[in-house]
Design a protein around this ligand. Structure first.
Ligand code: NAP
Length: 523
């Protein structure tokens, strides 16, 4: 099967043989993707002219309703998406649900949230600003939708959610989307775009997809276009340094590597409810999507006196994880997405081992696969490491192993715990488990400026908390430093990236005309 690109209003296969997409469990080829011969420049121009113009002619509430219709299209085809995720990403049903249901939930959220903006077509940023003695001449800051294309360059691990969590605020803003999914798992993204385009829900040109090499895509971006990138810090650096991106000051949002931590408070006793909540959260984060989640827990920070108890509790649960062919309903964890990722995880693991000793060896033969061949599938079992001297270690705070791998870091004092959590040089999320409200609040404030999100958990919210790894559309996603300095979601704050802020200075009667089709919303 060839994955068809959809650009310039045409379905195009790309030339030559293309790159194979492979089933990571069975090792068989599923499809091929090629962008050779695709005219990215013409495709973007079509999206700007056709898609952008049509979308901007609609108001926010109408575009919000379109998001609801996209969610309906996806719901109607959901069964096929689970099959594609199973084949192409090796995802058991629970892992696929995070990607697929997460996308639908996010679209539905933005459909509801966007409807409150009503029939406006742009946003006023606060009120009039008086500039001099004369009230007749004032200034109005405003946010107008950009007139280019939102180019979404996505990572392999969320082919569905990664598309829609970005496309929802872009389309709501009136900005057309061109998505370039990671080639290895592009099938699900391509199929969803195909279903939505063929449903006719969106204006022509509002949604395009290219599957395969990015070719000269970055060379043909204009100052009106935007890039929203998710992937590794290395690729992000290359994209940021691209000559045309620099020349045209192309706005870019980056979501990259992250060394997230989970911190157990000094007040917690072994076996207590907070202890159980902590252990269950770590286990879930290590095995969901086989640890291939940007928000997964990589560093487990625990009081030195509890290190043995935490080790025992984690190894007991992790060693029971059934790993194998995700077609088997009893299997909790499938393979990594391909052999390249397995090799990359093993290489990272060998670096982590320079700082650590192994508590649970995911490469050990004792991990029996239920019904899969380890010489064919890209399997890695949960691996738990222990770093005895985390303050002086380097790799554990720097190497992101994108798989079911995490390291226990013991601390002696509260201050040391905070220092260790902050060592990530910028991460997406840190979570803190404690029943001491003072410790939770102090830790949250100490960690906030180096993380996009801090999750504080005590027993009161044990059942209702949304989880360390779950990205909620109403909350911010992103992080400083190593993780890219980007911001996504956060409710209607997400619209900020797809609008330009400018100020208009002039006679107040002109400013009131300018504001006629706008609503005030401070982003
Ligand atoms: P990657 O290798 O950096 O690839 C990401 C995307 O960039 C892919 O679509 C890739 O296309 C594309 N790409 C590569 N070189 C390019 C170039 N020169 N020009 C334009 N596009 C280019 O990352 P990955 O292996 O897919 O994803 C894993 C990484 O993503 C991890 O480090 C993880 O932490 C990070 N991640 C972060 C978040 C977050 O929200 N912070 C979420 C998910 C994942 P091809 O596939 O065609 O090479």
């Amino acid at each position: 099967m060839r994955l068809l690109n959809y650009v310039g209003g045409k379905w195009l296969p790309g030339e030559e043989r293309g790159v194979p997409l492979v089933d990571p469990t069975l090792g068989i080829e599923l499809a091929r993707a090629s962008t050779i011969g695709i005219d990215f420049g013409a495709g973007l121009e079509h999206a700007r002219r056709a898609g952008g113009t049509e979308l901007r002619a609609l108001d926010y509430a109408t575009r919000a309703a379109l998001l609801g219709k996209i969610a309906e299209v996806l719901l109607a085809n959901k069964k096929d998406y689970y099959e594609i995720a199973l084949a192409n990403s090796g995802s058991p049903e629970g892992d696929a649900a995070i990607d697929i249901e997460g996308a639908i939930f996010t679209l539905q959220y933005f459909a509801r949230a966007g409807s409150v903006l009503g029939n406006a077509k742009m946003l006023l940023d606060a009120g009039l600003v008086k500039l001099g003695k004369d009230d007749g001449f004032q200034a109005q800051h405003m946010l107008t939708p950009v007139r280019g294309v939102a180019v979404l360059i996505n990572a392999f691990n969320f082919p569905s959610w990664g598309l829609w969590e970005k496309a929802a605020p872009a389309l709501l803003s009136g900005v057309p989307v061109l998505v370039k999914p990671a080639t290895s798992t592009a099938w699900l993204t391509q199929r969803m775009v195909e279903d939505v385009v063929k449903s006719g829900v969106l204006p022509e040109g509002a949604l395009s997809v290219v599957c395969g090499d990015a070719g000269n895509l970055l060379d043909v971006l204009t100052p009106d276009d935007l890039v929203s990138f998710t992937g590794s810090a290395d690729t992000a650096m290359r994209l940021r340094g691209h000559t045309n991106v620099l020349r045209n000051s192309v706005r870019m949002n980056v979501e990259a590597d992250s060394l997230n931590s989970c911190l157990l408070g000094p007040d917690v006793k072994a076996g207590s409810p907070e202890f159980e909540l902590f252990v269950n959260e770590v286990v879930r984060e290590m095995i969901v999507k086989a640890g291939q989640k940007c928000t997964a827990i990589r560093r487990i920070i625990v009081p030195l006196g509890l290190a043995d108890a935490v080790t025992q509790a984690l190894t007991a649960l992790l060693s029971k994880t059934s790993i194998s062919n995700p077609r088997n309903k009893d299997v909790r964890m499938g393979p990594l997405v391909n052999y390249q990722q397995l090799a990359s995880a093993q290489e990272g693991l060998s670096r982590l081992k320079q700082d650590t000793r192994v508590l649970l060896d995911g490469g050990a033969p004792s991990f029996k696969l239920v019904d899969a061949d380890p010489s064919v599938g890209a399997f890695l079992a949960p691996t738990l490491l222990y770093c005895a001297n985390p303050l002086n270690a380097s790799h554990v705070h720097n190497v992101e192993v994108f798989g079911p791998v995490a390291t226990l870091l013991p601390y002696k004092t509260r201050d040391e715990a905070i220092v260790l959590a902050r060592r990530s040089q910028g991460s997406l999320v840190a979570s803190v488990f404690s029943d001491d409200a003072d410790f939770l609040s102090v830790a949250a404030l100490e960690l906030a400026n180096i993380h996009g999100r801090v999750l504080a958990v005590n027993t009161d919210v044990g059942a209702s908390q949304t989880g360390h790894g779950n990205v909620m559309p109403m909350c911010l996603h992103g992080g400083p430093g190593r993780t890219g300095g980007g911001e996504e979601l956060g409710g209607l704050r997400a619209l900020g990236f797809y609008h330009r802020r400018s100020v208009i200075q002039g006679p107040v009667n002109v400013l009131s005309k300018v504001g006629v089709s706008a609503t005030t919303f401070n982003i």
